[in-house]
Design a protein around this ligand. Structure first.
Ligand code: FAD
Length: 388
């Protein structure tokens, strides 16, 4: 949707084909760093973003066991001043609606309940086979942007480089209405609770009215089917989820246990991924570009997967906006983006090791955070990116 908006803004007639027949509220919250909100602001979405997002004032790193606040990174005005754009937290459906409405306003067409089952390049055109209501029709375009997510079937056709693999990490997420929580559990900040082999993140969404809660652990979910894997919601029984969470958060402090117990229901899913991108060829082939998770799925430990999809969109528009030869524009796009995305994928993986550290590494991490937390938690290379 970001790509459709970005390209419509520079004069392309964008058509989006989406497999889902409605845009459901999946995925709960996302954090967007200033590298991402800078792009959204440039697209004229600052006011609309402010109306639905929350603006947390701080990011706290805490010990899951002792509850100690190991370090705090100021967000809010400090972050805005430093990077020229805010750090926000937003419900995924709100972000999607923003992009969707803006794309439509710029003339993009959005077709739901359409599955793209194939892509072929013929001369100066790409032909997409689009299935709808048992029928398959061809759609022609000058360029195709493949954005079909971590399970991208179209990537298989284009690159034939294997399917995504389970990472051995699991995510459990819940949404809590802040008004239903006792006052001491309500929060308008981002908090990361780090424990051995697991961590918990929570932050406000929907203008601060809800708390988005995610528990990330290591392990497998036996009995999960590949449909579950693709649905963002493995069909675990509530009892099984409760048991998994108890095991993962054994020894967690009372405060964290209280927050976890306040969640009425959880959605669970195993995280799948790929090794970081290895070259520009994984971002573009001729007239076809791959963006977002289809090109570079990543663990959510840097909170940048959707952010990178939005940065990809801005880069696509930059190159397709002035270069009239589409394959040349896409090559330039791929050359600009692949190393940035590879770096973010790799850092997300490394963050997982740091968040889940145990023994000596955990001790060293905590000490480093106590002594130099704000400096270690700030990420100028990430948040200061200007898209060159
Ligand atoms: C626990 C967790 C927390 C996260 N937190 C953050 C965060 O804080 N910040 C952040 O930036 N990112 C975060 N992410 C990552 C973010 O959710 C993803 O990177 C992002 O959704 C990728 O967007 P996408 O458009 O590439 O893919 P998707 O969001 O997966 O969208 C792909 C779309 O393509 C459609 N589709 C699939 N196949 C077809 C087809 N053949 N034809 C037509 N349509 C098709 C699907 O229905 C879907 O709508 C998190 C992820 C997880 C798991």
């Amino acid at each position: 949707m970001a790509a459709a908006l970005a390209l419509s803004r520079v004069g392309w007639q964008a058509r989006v084909y989406e497999r889902a027949n409605a845009f459901a509220e999946v995925g709960a919250g996302v954090q967007l760093g200033p590298n991402v909100t800078r792009v959204l602001h440039a697209w004229g979405l600052a006011d609309a973003l402010e109306q639905v997002a929350a603006l947390p004032q701080s990011l706290h790193a805490r010990s899951a066991h002792s509850g100690e606040v190991l370090a705090t990174l100021p967000l809010g005005a400090a972050m805005h001043r430093r990077y020229g754009a805010p750090y926000v937290t937003i419900h995924r459906a709100d972000l999607h609606a923003l992009l969707h409405d803006a794309a439509l306003a710029h003339g993009a067409q959005v077709h739901a309940d359409r599955v793209v089952v194939g892509l072929q390049t013929q001369g100066h055109e790409v032909l997409a086979q689009v299935r709808h209501a048992e029928q398959t029709q061809s759609a022609q375009a000058e360029v195709a942007v493949v954005a079909d997510g971590v399970w991208s079937a179209l990537r298989q056709q284009l690159l034939a480089d294997g399917t995504v693999q389970p990472t051995g990490h699991l995510a459990y997420r819940a949404l809590l209405r802040q008004a239903d929580l006792p006052a001491h559990l309500r929060s308008q900040d981002v908090t990361v609770w780090m424990g051995p082999h697991a961590h918990v993140v929570h932050y406000p969404v929907r203008g601060g009215e809800w708390l988005n809660l995610v528990v990330l652990t290591e392990g497998q979910m036996p009995g999960v089917t590949s449909d579950d894997l693709q649905s963002w919601n493995a069909q675990q029984t509530p009892e099984q989820t409760e048991q998994d969470l108890q095991v993962a958060l054994r020894g967690a402090c009372f405060r964290l246990q209280e927050i976890i117990s306040a969640a009425a229901s959880w959605r669970a899913w195993p995280l799948c991924g790929r090794t970081p991108m290895q070259g520009a060829h994984q971002h573009a082939q001729g007239r076809v570009a791959l963006v977002g998770d289809a090109a570079h799925p990543m663990l959510p430990y840097l909170a940048q997967g959707a952010g990178m999809a939005i940065e990809d969109a801005a880069a696509l528009a930059k190159h397709l906006g002035y270069e009239t030869d589409a394959p040349i524009a896409l090559q330039a796009f791929a050359a600009q983006r692949w190393q940035r995305n590879a770096q973010v994928q790799a850092r997300a993986m490394r963050n997982g090791q740091v968040f889940h550290a145990q023994g000596g590494m955990r001790w060293g991490r905590d000490l480093a955070l106590r002594m130099a937390g704000p400096w270690l938690m700030d990420q100028p290379w990430l948040y200061g990116y200007l898209g060159e």
